[in-house]
Design a protein around this ligand. Sequence first.
Ligand code: 5AD
Ligand code: SF4
Length: 448
Amino acid sequence: MAKKLYVKTYGCQMNVYDSARMADVLAPLGFGTTDGPEDADMVILNTCHIREKASEKVFSELGRLKTLQAARARDGERLILAVAGCVAQAEGEEILRRAPFVDIVLGPQTYHRLPEMVAQASRAGGAVLDTDFPEEPKFDHLPDVTAQGVSAFLSVQEGCDRFCTFCVVPYTRGAEYSRPVPAVLAEARRLVEGGVVEITLLGQNVNAYHGEGPDGRDWSLARLLDALAGIPGLARIRYTTSHPRDVSDDLIAVHRDLPHLMPFLHLPVQSGSDRILERMNRRHDRAFYLALVDRLKTARPDLALSSDFIVGFPGESDADFSATLDLVRRVGFVQTYSFKYSPRPGTPAAALEDQVAEAVKEERLAQLQALLNDQTQAFNRACVGRVMPVLFDRAGRHPGQVLGRSPYMQPVHLDSGENLAGRVVPVRITATHPNSLAGIPAGERECA
Ligand code: 5AD
Ligand code: SF4
């Protein structure tokens, strides 16, 4: 009988991608996916360390699953529990100590060994802990991608060598590694053959990409993007997440030259204060960031920016925080992620003495988010009347309605008798709603 797998994903797009790959590697063992733990034979919690209280959330979810696992055992059935992702990497031993009913703990580098671990866990009672960083990269052991829609993620780079003082990634995901160009191009071609028209390249520091090309030399992200743009049928390309220091001249040039590359860039700045940027070990200051934004917008005038911010980093004064607000006002962001600083065990910033009080962090986050939200809404309003190419991917909630994404990732809905899934269609934006835009079809020649 077919077995059922439920994967609960926390956190970033990288984790969404990893969850799909874990489902892929378990498919040959007879696992199909299901939407909840109730009817599952195996549950994987694919965790993220970045968000606040991430590990506590995982432990409370595990508490609920333990009850379910015990109920199954009473019926003579087995529920295999696995914890994957960054919490597993950082706190593997702790998980097995606090939650000994967990069968498998696996770090992000060892997904290809999941079938073997499941087999081991099914045979034995003892838990399996696998959070090594193997010498060989994991990508090449994974089977071909199966799950897909019109838009897909493609992981090209993992890990990070930048060591920002607040961040666990260099410790949990390990050293920076770029996947070879031919493997990336082959996966992209397979995705496009399967109906994908938009690919988002993923990596923790994706613009540090330097994968080996077919010529034996290291290719930059710009060169890779250029090669991807040559794949017939691939209409749109995005990449995330970038470090400002790794935006090279050739990357700026492809933003100018490649129509496939969407004019939307996630470029985390974290803070607008030079003193805090220094303490964060970001290796860029506000002047560098502002000048970079200018260069990017000169190359691609319709470029819009997204970013990440941390408020309440140790030592952040009112003046430092004001500098962040000032930078936000100068740049104007259209979509953002903002966080209260949260100390991560083992990172240098966690050991700093001048931690900021929780109430101050909350106050600053509310103030920053109000400003960022105003900017997002202002950008949405400015889109009304514009014609934008929209990639449609699914039916909307109402009959005859279709949903898609603008170049800036805004959801756009449209009333259309036609099934537009997989097509990029020019749409005149007619209204904004809190979380989406509405539009009407525009004549083909109208499209900018
Ligand atoms: N505290 C708060 N936010 C953090 N981020 C990473 N580490 C921390 C931390 N310790 C945020 C950064 C990063 C995003 C993915 O998560 O803004 O860009
Ligand atoms: Fe973490 Fe990004 Fe800094 Fe790397 S560049 S250490 S992933 S915040």
